[in-house]
Design a protein around this ligand. Structure first.
Ligand code: AHG
Ligand code: MN
Ligand code: MN
Length: 340
């Protein structure tokens, strides 16, 4: 039972006040992102009513078709953060390279790098299935002027904050600034995100896995054995597991965070690095899951320890309840480097 009505912005400010050297810039930046996501939420809800559905006919840097809402969300996030004056570079899944930003006010204020997936699960838009926005914030390494590629390519353990918004049966924003994970539900009548989950923790072990099993035939033998193991009956270890796969990472992740579960997008014989992007998807969710007591790995290494080499780098991803991720690692361990 919550005893106090708390808005997202007030919560962020109160959290930041606990850090003596904090300047309030991070609170403002998170506030900018929340504002953009409120507007995106509105557009997502209106998407069926106005002529915004369908393809633009263009492809993004990953070679995938871009839907109009992806463009819209990308442009809006960029615009709001450019005007906000707290970011020195923006890196988006929908942009070929990073967008450097010169200072709006002064060097001191624009010290952050933001990575984002403006719309995750966009193939689900037309079907009224939950989609989302994912973001990740780092401090710059350089000291002045627009951010550089070195600022943008920092390993995930250096994130200062990360979060996501799910546009689902309600709109919810979940974020961490390294002091627990907190969730806020958007009250559309007042236009505020209100605290609905304080200090979220994820179950240590679950009964659910989320994977695109259509790829089974392309997986390594270790990966196939792991899924076979989850499907086999064994009362003592709570098997068989249930399968739940929305096809929007952010929605699958959110459900698993709340109820427990492991989300899996492994490498396969065609995609040797899996499908998901390290900077826009894996790192922010890995930061959140660890803060909630869970675990995230690429099968060999902790996601947050991977040194990125390029902005759009992909990674295999095993993320969720700790015991389940550890179990998956055991199946994958013996075969690393030798499979396919
Ligand atoms: P995006 O819409 O940002 O391109 O991301 C789609 C991702 C992710 O959300 C989802 O989990 C995964 O693609 C689904 O992939 P499959 O269709 O291969 O299962
Ligand atoms: Mn995505
Ligand atoms: Mn996307």
């Amino acid at each position: 039972m919550l005893n106090k009505l708390q808005t997202l912005y007030r919560h962020i400010i109160e959290e930041e006040r606990k850090i003596p050297e904090a300047t309030g810039q991070l609170s403002d930046l998170l506030g900018d992102i929340a504002l953009a996501c409120k507007v995106i939420s509105l557009e997502v809800n209106r998407a069926g009513l106005i002529d915004i559905l369908g393809m633009t006919g263009e492809k993004n840097v990953q070679g995938e078709e871009v839907k109009k809402l992806d463009d819209y969300a990308n442009t809006l996030l960029k615009r709001i953060m450019q005007m906000g004056g707290h970011a020195c570079a923006l890196c988006s899944e929908e942009e070929e390279t990073f967008v450097p930003i010169d200072e709006v006010y002064n060097d001191f204020s624009h010290k952050y790098i933001v990575h984002f997936d403006p719309l995750d699960g966009s193939s689900n838009i037309d079907a009224n299935i939950s989609i989302g926005t994912i973001f990740s914030i780092y401090k710059r390494i350089s000291t002045k002027g627009p951010g550089t590629i070195e600022d943008c390519l920092q390993p995930g353990y250096r994130q200062v904050a990360a979060g996501y918004v799910v546009y689902g049966s309600s709109t919810i924003m979940v974020y961490t600034a390294g002091k627990g994970v907190h969730g806020f539900t958007l009250d559309p009548s007042v236009g505020e995100f209100l605290l609905s989950y304080r200090n979220m923790t994820t179950p240590k072990k679950s009964k659910t896995y989320s994977a695109n099993e259509g790829n089974y035939g392309k997986w390594s033998s270790g990966m196939r054995k792991y899924i076979d193991y989850l499907k086999a009956s064994d009362g003592k270890t709570g098997r068989p597991y249930s399968s739940r796969y929305v096809g929007s990472l952010v929605a699958d992740f959110h459900r698993n965070l709340l109820y427990g579960g492991i989300f899996i997008y492994p490498a396969d014989e065609k995609n040797r690095n899996g499908k998901l992007r390290l900077m826009y998807e894996a790192n922010p969710l890995a930061f959140i899951v660890e803060q909630a007591g869970g675990r995230a790995t690429n099968g060999e290494k902790r996601i947050l320890d991977i040194q990125p080499e390029s902005l759009h780098q992909r990674t295999p991803l095993f993320i969720g309840s700790e015991d389940d991720v550890v179990q998956a690692e055991k199946f994958l361990l013996f075969e690393n480097g030798k499979e396919f």
